[in-house]
Design a protein around this ligand. Sequence first.
Ligand SMILES: Nc1nc2c(c(=O)[nH]1)N[C@H]1C(S)=C(S)[C@@H](COP(=O)(O)O)O[C@H]1N2
Ligand SMILES: [Mo]
Length: 328
Amino acid sequence: MLIRSSVPSRPLGSEITAEPVYRQRRRLLAAAGFGAASAGMAGVFGSGAALAQRSDAGASLAPLEAKPGPFSTMERQTSFEDASTYNNFYEFGTDKSDPVRYADRLQTRPWTVAVEGEVAKPGNYDIERLLKLAPQEERVYRMRCVEGWSMVIPWIGYPLAELIRHVEPTGNAKYLQFVTLADPKQMPGVRAGVLDWPYREGLRMDEAMHPLTLLTFGMYGRILPNQNGAPIRIVVPWKYGFKSAKSIVSIRFMEEQPINSWGRMAPSEYGFYSNVNPEVDHPRWSQATERRIGEDGFFTRKRKTLMFNGYAEQVAQLYAGMDLRKFY
Ligand SMILES: Nc1nc2c(c(=O)[nH]1)N[C@H]1C(S)=C(S)[C@@H](COP(=O)(O)O)O[C@H]1N2
Ligand SMILES: [Mo]
């Protein structure tokens, strides 16, 4: 089995919290050419100068305390370098390398998230308060982009359900909408009309409450790099990557199914649900296989994409009785 479903929760201790940071340091040292591990490193690295720059950027991020959480895959993790330099974050541009190039302009403090709509406790929640609302956990999730590539990333956060319970949704709250920052002064991509800004995404309430859905503040033992959605994003591992909205500024509790940017842009290509499904192709390409970033080599075969990205055991019952060709 690839999924550990019950890791006993332990009290926070330095030997536990230090572990992801330690592993990350080893990875960075190996990537920089120190130590024998470099031969086995996944990923293709750029020039030495560029790499040094990236490593410094990573090392300057503060460590985030986290205990190991449930549902982590044991699969080989994507390198921090790949996960933080090959990104989709269209507010910074449409090239995979644009986010790492431009996202350092993003001011992530002060930052508040407006909780709005059908809740008993609406308001502006400060990021420092959100960070401490529940214990942080490390969750190693498979991530599958609708474009056909995938990664394995150790995220840090806590279940979104913790925040939802805290703000007390009313009986009318059936969906959540996430609205993300769209500031042309900090985000050069927002001037381009590729999407109808701000980037919006949504989940049904039961999806949002599912224990796999992570309110995410960090990865690889550190706070999130800006290009990965600092200071706060969601991660929904059984759905295509675009559902995992980055740099969230508002969470709206709604009675009706909310607009989501990609669905609005091309409704026949991107549905509201967007569950990973190898049997339902994108109109312009197959979704049956994927390329794991860092694994590309001459002899590397593509991987078969798994139903619900391998999380069927946990989430299939959310969609019992639904026609997944209709509700793609
Ligand atoms: N605000 C915002 N969130 C976003 C996107 C974006 O363009 N803007 N891209 C999405 C897509 S398509 C993917 S695959 C993931 C990528 O997350 P990562 O770069 O941390 O791997 O972020 C998602 N969240
Ligand atoms: Mo994506």
